[in-house]
Design a protein around this ligand. Structure first.
Ligand code: SF4
Ligand code: SF4
Length: 80
């Protein structure tokens, strides 16, 4: 009987780790971007798109995985 409330609370907490804005910090692409496009295909949540003068990251979609930073030749994507 004592464990039941604990298990219920634990079950509720797990999805909250996936909520954007609570545990994820979006990456941001800085002005070093040379618009090579290498990062766009690496993003599994399609958060990266071509902007006016550089590629940009949608903060609502970014899950903070760092894949874009790992392929960027100029280290333009960085944690916000
Ligand atoms: Fe996409 Fe990951 Fe880069 Fe965020 S950190 S933009 S999820 S590749
Ligand atoms: Fe810009 Fe780097 Fe992405 Fe290329 S990989 S588009 S330089 S942020």
């Amino acid at each position: 009987m004592i464990c039941l409330p604990f298990l219920c609370s634990f079950g509720i907490l797990i999805p909250k780790f996936g909520e954007k804005g609570m545990f994820y910090m979006a990456y941001v692409i800085n002005s070093e971007c040379i618009s090579c496009g290498a990062c766009e295909g690496e993003c599994t949540v399609s958060a990266i798109s071509e902007g006016d003068d550089r590629y940009v990251i949608d903060a609502e979609l970014c899950i903070d995985c760092g894949s874009c930073a790992s392929v960027c030749p100029v280290e333009a994507p960085n944690p916000a």
